[in-house]
Write a protein that binds this ligand. Structure first.
Ligand code: SF4
Length: 354
């Protein structure tokens, strides 16, 4: 069962309050380069991003939000560190949400000022605590970062905001360490009903990053904790969005585009499953309609999977049979034509049901 959290609106996107878990990401362009940032945001939206955060390291970046917003419809989150004036400028420029880091923006007076300005504009604030920039006041006895320390840091800023009558609060507690992040979020979830933004921060190069994100975010989501997800990976943030969707799809929390069932290959495999699966995925990755596509090497598990999938290839020696909705559609298609035939069948099927 999902944890009950309060509803917070970010532009036209609902966080918490029983809404579907939202996929978000962050651009890695220079925000002042409006053209490059807009282009990246559009690619992220095509991949399924529902909220996009941009870095606001200076005033020019805050002001660029106004121009970026003219070109995109997805709500924009301004990522603020150190200087509360950047938060005020981002609000002026039309940011739909602020992320404040209580580790480096610590003056209560300045935080109150931001809260008042955000309240006036109905803009929510994420209290974003990171282990790497934790305020030393909250460190544990041995100066180590503990789950309790991360929670204390968040509660300090939450209290400040709530005393100001500000309630549109989202919270995140992130570390690169999975057990630390998981435990901190479990503790936080018991402290209040703020929507929780999940992520493992700085989790490593791509493979390590994907595994740690899937494990950490997956554990919490499976326990019903989490209202929005950001996967952090170095490189093109489109990958972050793809991984976030796969995590949500694998837990049955969201549906989007094809779900692939692919045989792991063994001594019985008689067609090039990895190549076929990769090509089919590449050609169908833009589909948004939820579908199950099975690509199987032989009848052992393939028959059952092919019959249950929306579309399937059931492999033989150098050929495959194409299934649609549990029925044989094209028997004994030569291996070299399997990708093209399956893709055609899927696209025709999707069009017919559009
Ligand atoms: S489906 Fe067949 S070919 Fe694929 S792993 Fe299973 S037994 Fe092997």
């Amino acid at each position: 069962m999902r944890r009950v959290s309060r509803l917070v609106r970010v532009g036209d996107v609902a966080l918490g309050g029983g809404s579907p878990v939202v996929v978000q990401t962050m651009t890695n362009t220079d925000t002042r380069d409006v053209r490059a940032t807009v282009e990246q945001i559009r690619a992220l939206v095509r991949a399924g991003a529902e909220l996009v955060r941009v870095a606001v390291p200076d005033l020019a970046a805050a002001q660029a939000i106004r121009e970026i917003k003219k070109e995109v419809t997805v709500p924009l989150v301004a990522d603020i560190h150190y200087d509360h004036r950047l938060a005020l400028a981002a609000l002026e420029a039309g940011a739909d949400k602020l992320r404040l880091n209580p580790g480096n923006l610590r003056d209560p007076q300045k935080i109150r000022e931001v809260a008042r300005a955000a309240k006036e504009k109905n803009v929510p604030i994420r209290v974003g605590v990171n282990a790497g920039s934790l305020d030393p006041r909250f460190l544990g006895k041995g100066k180590e970062v503990t789950p309790e320390a991360l929670v204390r840091a968040a509660l300090w800023e939450i209290e400040l905001l709530e005393r100001e009558g500000f309630r549109d609060i989202v919270v995140s507690l992130k570390a690169h360490d999975v057990p630390l992040t998981v435990e901190a979020n479990r503790l936080l979830a018991r402290e209040g009903d703020w929507p929780i933004h999940l992520g493992i921060t700085e989790p490593g190069p791509e493979l390590e990053g994907i595994v740690k994100s899937a494990v950490g975010i997956g554990i919490l989501l499976a326990e019903g904790i989490g209202d929005t997800v950001r996967v952090s990976l170095p490189g093109d943030p489109v990958r972050e969005v793809e991984v976030a969707w796969e995590i949500l799809k694998s837990l049955g929390l969201r549906k989007r585009g094809p779900t692939f069932v692919v045989c792991p290959t063994c001594g019985r495999t008689g067609i090039d499953i990895p190549r076929i699966a990769a090509e089919v995925k590449r050609k169908l990755s833009a589909l948004e309609k939820p579908l199950t596509i099975a690509i199987m090497g032989c009848p052992v598990n393939g028959l059952g999977e092919a019959e249950r999938a929306d579309f399937a290839i059931l492999g033989g020696k150098g050929f495959g049979t194409i299934y649609a909705h549990g029925e044989v559609l094209l028997p004994k298609v030569p291996e070299e034509r399997l990708v093209e035939e399956l893709v055609r069948v899927v696209l025709e099927g999707v069009k017919a049901h559009a």
